[in-house]
Design a protein around this ligand. Sequence first.
Ligand code: SAH
Ligand code: SF4
Length: 398
Amino acid sequence: MTEQANLHTVSTMASVDAEAIAATGSAKVNLLGMPEAKLVAFFESMGEKKFRAIQVMKWIHQLGADNFDDMTNVSKDLRAKLKLCAEIRPPEVVKQLDSADGTRKFLIRVSGNNVVETVFIPEGDRGTLCVSSQVGCSLDCSFCATGKQGFNRDLTAAEIIGQVWIAAKSFGQLQANGPRTVTNVVMMGMGEPLLNFDNVVDSMNIMMHDNCYGISKRRVTLSTSGVVPQLDRLSQYTDACLAISLHAPNDELRNELVPINRKYPIAMLLDSAKRYIQAMPDTHRKITIEYTLIDQVNDRPHHAHELAELLRDVPVKINLIPFNPFNLSNYKRVSNNALRKFQDILMEAGYITTVRTTRGDDIDAACGQLAGTVNDVTKRSERYRAQFGEEQAVKIIG
Ligand code: SAH
Ligand code: SF4
């Protein structure tokens, strides 16, 4: 039975008979990706009280336990019962790469022998973890290496929160009085988080839960290229921060760079984003606008003026991202002059405008380089091989 199917079974079963499950030889339920409500339901279905679920939740996410025997305040009987039908199974770390600037990249194997990447970026007293939500991505933005691989599959909630568990554990955070190294999470790794809605929402809820990582809602950010119907639902499930990958000030240009714009154009997207922050209980929320600057494509002063005009009535801060070149892309990085000028125009128009610096250069950890060794199950790899030859194609699709 797959993990998804198994979870479904658990949530619909009136009671869990641990020995019966063990006897059938079906896959154990992975508790790692269960937010509080699901974990409590699982324990109750075993005839156990809610507080037992909370104890186990703390062991997993605050103390890094992946073994029921470590859970010394849980009775031996319950531990034995849990061992029969449940497990705490993080994805496997294939490789950990440490950059000279403190950036740490993990190559993480998820089921089906796929590899995704997770990047930790330290900056002063903040430590930001960039988390992946899918293997590949179906949206095929023209400047994104992940998009070039095509879509393979959604990550499970255990595989998403597992990235946080692995990174926090690697810094010794998951122990009593451990350092709080991972302070922020951005869903800006591989994949489009809103196309894996349920698992992403469950994982973000675990990140923010006081009995887990306790990261504040102002420090967890979901980034989307604009899947409007899902964005319209988001405020019912989370109050995390929102980033919109805009990259262009008008529909004509955005249609080329971010193809999903043809379905959900800019005005529709910005309206939906505004509704999201208006639904938040706290006021003064701002939407982060991500704008990847590509030489001669979207980096001209007239683009900056048009952007300033477009965002006039939207509460935003703007993050400029110099394009990171990769093989098989003809785009070039914005020049330093054009970048400065673009930023100046936006600042003069009154926008808080920051520039994302490239980090972890020596370990290929920059945005859009999270391509690595992911298996490509689509026809794109064949197309690239035919078009560019084996050597070039391998560089990008692994
Ligand atoms: N799918 C989501 C989240 C993952 S992409 C989204 O698109 O928002 C995260 C960010 O990395 C996006 O803003 C994306 O535009 C940016 N990015 C992708 N490829 C890049 C590249 N080659 N250079 C710079 N930024 C890139
Ligand atoms: Fe997918 Fe985001 Fe890359 Fe677009 S930028 S292809 S939505 S991961």
